[in-house]
Design a protein around this ligand. Sequence first.
Ligand code: GLU
Ligand code: MG
Length: 680
Amino acid sequence: MGLLAEGTALDWPDAQKHAHQVREWGIKQLLQIWNKAKHKERDAMLWGDEIEYLVVKYSKDEPKVLLSLRQADILKALANDQELSDKGGCVPALQDLESQRVDPLPVFHPEFGRFMLEATPGKPWGIGFKELLGVETDMKNRRKIAKDHMHPEEYPITLTTFPRLGVPGVFTDPYYPASGSKLRSQFVPDEIANPHIRFPTLAANIRWRRGRKVQVNVPVFHDEKTPNPWKDPTVNYDLHNWPEDDDVRNGAAPDNFIHMDAMAFGMGSCCLQITFQAKNITEGRRMYDQLSPIGPIMLALTAATPIYKGFLADTDVRWNQISRAVDDRTPEELGEKPLKNNRWRIPKSRYASNSTYISTDARLRPEYLDPNLIIDESIKAELLEGGMDDRLATHFAHLFIRDPIVIFNEDLKELDLTKADHFENIQSTNWQHMRFKPPPPGSDIGWRVEFRPMEIQITDFENAAFAVFMVLITRAILSFDLNFYIPIAKVDENMETAHARDAVLANKFWFRKNPFPSRPMRSGGPSRAGSPNASRPPTPFGPVEDEYALMSVDEIINGAQPDADHDFPGLIPIVESYLDSVNVDVQTRCDLSTYLDLIRMRASGELWTAAKWIRQFVAKHPAYKRDSEVTDQITKDLVSAVVEIGEREQEGKGRGWKDLPVPDVGNLLGGFRSTGCGGS
Ligand code: GLU
Ligand code: MG
């Protein structure tokens, strides 16, 4: 979430009147940035990760685990220590860190939910291999520092969602009743959102623009004793506090779906994001395109979201729920009514998979582009006029079809071209699975690309593994000039596929068969199928359909089986091949392999996703009645297991998880040690 400006936030009817002005000014700011920064060169790639946490209140002696709403106090405590350390004072939380890298301190940020925190490293990471190996310790330190600024019974945990969010009754500490004026949710109180005016206004104006509450329906998982049809028993059809309470009487809560009605059900989810700083704009645009088709694969591999509002869902990831939770499209834009007041029918929510490719790469064929792309032609014309090229102008003219949702009155007085606030207003509320980020004005930051689809993992070992893998595959893409282009429509389809229960093993995804440039790879190229790289055809110019095939995640990550009708080498063998091509000492290579092994084993099914582990945990729990319901007791025991895993991880010193008395922990985490070489 972006910086938090202060001011008077406009209600939707007023905000709407100024939407055009904000877009106009945003485009002027963008052109200013673009003209200043288009030739900007940075020496080396930098990167950073973002970890989002839930804060739970958990005690062995209490029957229930609750979400703690003390975000503001925790952030204040963290900021006080930060100030102390800036002044050279002593920071108690830092005294016993294992890490050599105690300075600079990590940075903690607010997130949408008042029960959430976000933490980033104190400074960006370089791509030195030693730095790659520092990220896990840094993540663990962040968690420790966060924990040290909480009450003893509060824990920062990295489940993507809180299983009992929105269940009638008490699920927060302190308790607040639902049905407030901002969210108008049946299930969650307004106090669930960060109180900074940006967040409740965002939620309220999305609802207001849309003309009804958001509708976050996720299919329920049908177990042996789950009735069919299943009616969400938590829905109250008799509520009459707000006009929006009619939504459920008008069919908002269909049979066989868990029904949720507020932004918090989506934006209250936690993810792992990686941002790369490119050498220059050309490299950034290339990274944006090439990482895009990898997005849905990483979503499936990191799947961790099988429970909503106290029920097992039939999907494994958070993505579509967030998409629906911030979907501000009107009935006209959704195609439910003829266009009258709105300009377009818009096929996707503001939170969705990418709709553009932006690289200047000659291998980007027009057939890959989205034929249904909606753009604002006048904005595109203005960008072209300002000197931007067609492809990038198209990208921003697409993002700028959206209205700004939160507008501060104070910002409308005069246009400040040394700032990016109006541009960011639209840019940062386009939550696509990749984000192309121009340099902030007045900073020495370069062009950046954010990789956004991954779900947060329970341990920092896993989070580090996915971060390191993403960095290495990005290095390999640039170093080997790899080509992962497939049509955007196929990436969209993959994003849907990634939702299926156990998609990582059960489903197939569109992927490009031959990622290599026409010239052979330096090292000869890896291939599970064993076919020599030299025999690969150059990038074909034939029908686009011949370029890609349906593959399992195992094939995409580990390479095609010998009997496959393609010989995709696999992303891990590509990374290994990249590591072969650069100088890495034996110990470092071995340490990196621990992370790559986790990814490899996830893809092959040797290890489970968190989604599968959580499902198994529920299924085996003595209190589970095979009726899809995840009770308070099951939730408490699940959180207890997660806390135990986390404490074991914090103990560090190379100890594994296998002997923890947590069911199936070996299937989730294998025999890995929590830091360093020596994987199982
Ligand atoms: N928590 C959101 C997610 O899970 C992302 C919010 C952000 O962009 O920081 O995708
Ligand atoms: Mg965030």
